[in-house]
Design a protein around this ligand. Structure first.
Ligand code: UDP
Length: 316
């Protein structure tokens, strides 16, 4: 049993992680400012043994009394729609938030776990992307706030490791989907599923030939736990290497949701990566991890979750 701090624990990924930690008997202190996280994601955790929630902005202030074994930093808005609306908060939580949480880990002698991103590879010129690739990022473009915040966070994490001896883990997360995504988060899986369930057309940006590789949330969290328990201090890609075009994804959703409309083609956003797929050799060899949930199966679970959510909302 361990005591962990999870910053961003009320978010999509954070809440699934918190659940897994509680299930295995850990104590969990969640820190979240609820900007993109939601109490609804963790309401079932209140009252469970070892669960504590504090509504705080880790960019401003972090204080956790008592011993801590690990500090997990998953706090950040992460959807391209957030890059437009709250870029400064994103830069702050990636920089100031990371600094404060590293300070907490150092103070407590705790392991530090950083949720980084495939966005550190930008619009990649190497495909698939191994961890050794340094990336192709436009620092001043619309995605720069997120990409550079996470690149800074990785640099700060390694600086604390080298300078202060903090024990660190860095996961580079690729596109992940599943229950508890925000229906209005603007990402491709949520947009397509919600549009389809509402009988609307699916908004394909550009010609839909850009690719992504989608990992089901349970697989992703299993990768986190294996990395946390490992001795790997360099960044590790955790993502599903099965690659799909955005158009293929749209067609799959249309096939799975009877009420879906057809395809609509909208302009491609600036700096939208043309392709993305993780090289997971490191995760497989060092963590014994590989994803197990195929896109069709994971999408089915996600569609059912959104169907219930929309029905609940319609019922008030
Ligand atoms: N996309 C799309 N329609 C949408 C939302 C997104 O075609 O309604 C595309 C987007 O242009 C990108 C891909 O889907 O090429 C994945 O977008 P998302 O916002 O999910 O995340 P990203 O991988 O770009 O961070």
């Amino acid at each position: 049993m361990a005591r962990l701090v999870v910053a961003g624990g009320a978010g999509f990924l954070g809440s699934h992680l918190v659940e897994r930690l509680l299930d295995r008997g850990d104590e969990v202190v969640v820190l979240d400012n609820l900007v993109t996280g939601a109490l609804a994601n963790i309401e079932h955790c209140f009252g469970r043994d070892g669960f504590v929630f504090h509504q705080v902005d880790v960019s401003d202030f972090v204080h956790v009394p008592g011993p801590v074994d690990a500090v997990m930093h998953l706090a950040s808005p992460a959807s391209p729609a957030d890059f437009d609306s709250i870029p400064i908060q994103i830069l702050k939580v990636g920089s100031l938030g990371t600094h404060r949480l590293l300070g907490l880990a150092k103070d407590k002698g705790a392991r530090f776990f950083l949720a980084s991103t495939s966005e550190v590879y930008g619009d990649p010129l190497v495909h698939p992307q191994p961890e050794s690739y340094w990336g192709n990022v436009n620092p001043i473009g619309p995605r720069g706030c997120y990409d550079e915040a996470k690149r800074f966070a990785e640099a700060m994490t390694m600086a604390y490791h080298r300078t202060h001896g903090v024990d660190v883990r860095i996961v580079r997360i690729f596109n992940t989907y599943g229950p508890r995504m925000r229906p209005d988060d603007g990402r491709v899986v949520t947009n397509f599923v919600v549009q389809a369930l509402r009988g609307h057309e699916l908004t394909v940006y550009g010609d839909g030939s850009q690719t992504r590789s989608f990992c089901y949330v349970d697989d992703e969290v299993e990768g986190f736990l294996r990395l946390l328990a490992s001795d790997v201090t360099e960044p590790v890609n955790i993502g599903n290497p099965n690659e799909f075009t955005v158009r293929q994804l749209a067609e799959m959703v249309i096939e799975m949701v009877p009420e879906a409309g057809g395809l609509r083609f909208d302009p491609l956003p600036q700096d939208d990566p043309a392709q993305r797929r993780p090289d997971i050799t490191l995760a497989t060899e060092r963590l014994g991890w590989a994803p197990t949930v195929e896109l069709h199966e994971g999408l089915g679970r996600t569609i059912e979750w959104f169907r219930e959510l929309l029905a609940d909302r319609a019922a008030g």
